[in-house]
Design a protein around this ligand. Structure first.
Ligand code: PXP
Length: 250
């Protein structure tokens, strides 16, 4: 099986919100993230990732609900561990829920979830989601302690935070790859599906070849950025082609 591509369409809504923040029901409001999801799937995406943040800075609740109504492919809903977002997840009923840390001030999700430190509160959320048939992923830094805690929590998946890798230069970059490798190998040995995401782009993607067991990559910002120049479908096709060379696909 080839490596799976999850396309994150949050940034399509970021563009819409730049103009229509005060007027989300305006029929002129564009671009439409649901339309982007459809184009991404037709161009080779396997699933769609969406994140309704607490401050609603990009996707709105209504986007998530319409996404579910109109998209038959798997949806991966990222959510902060709050009652509000849990309620939304139970309404949207995505196939996958990825629990992420979230603070209002950050520009994007900046660090991984502290699965080890927030064990009890996470356990409750995970159990509630799983009881409803929603598979759970935890977005964690590539640290052994976090991988082990995620497995103990019974999450079906982890998504390794690749932000530090994407930002690192030189020797540090290779160190980050080694961290990702070790975390992926540990995750696989604990029989948890290992995904990765954040900051992956058309250049750094090939370096992730070194990391085994990556079942799915979730990519957003770089695809939306490239889409400005080549169109959304072409941007997705290009990343899909790069991923097709992944040597560890099962
Ligand atoms: N995975 C998670 C959990 C994220 O929070 C994000 C950012 O929204 C991504 C993947 C995608 O990251 P990027 O937009 O940098 O590709």
């Amino acid at each position: 099986m080839q490596q799976l591509l999850g396309v994150n369409v949050d940034h399509v809504a970021t563009l819409r919100q730049a103009r229509y923040r005060e007027d989300p029901d305006n029929f002129n409001a564009e671009p439409d993230p649901v339309e982007a999801a459809k184009v991404a799937l037709a161009a080779g995406a396997d699933s769609i990732t969406i994140h309704v943040r607490g401050d609603r800075r990009h996707l709105q609740d209504a986007d998530a609900i319409r996404m579910r109504q109109e998209i038959k492919a798997p949806i991966n809903l990222e959510l902060g561990n709050t009652k509000e977002m849990l309620d939304l997840a139970l309404k949207v009923r995505p196939e996958f829920a990825c629990i992420v840390p979230e603070t209002r001030e950050e520009v994007t999700t900046e660090g991984g979830l502290d699965a080890a430190g927030r064990f009890d509160e996470l356990r409750e959320t995970i159990e509630t989601l799983q009881k409803e048939g929603i598979k759970v992923s935890l977005f964690i830094d590539p640290d052994p302690e976090q991988v082990e805690a995620s497995a103990k929590l019974g999450a079906e998946m982890i998504e390794l935070h690749t932000g530090a890798f994407a930002n690192a230069q030189g020797v540090q970059r290779q160190e980050e790859i080694e961290r990702l490798k070790a975390a992926a190998i540990l995750g696989e040995s604990l029989e948890i599906q290992v995904n990765a995401g954040h900051g992956i782009n058309y250049d750094n993607l090939r370096e992730l070849d070194q990391v085994p067991h990556l079942t799915e990559l979730n990519i957003g910002h770089s695809i939306v950025s490239r889409a400005i120049f080549v169109g959304f479908a072409q941007a997705v096709r290009e990343i899909r082609e790069l991923m097709n060379a992944y040597p560890h696909a099962r």
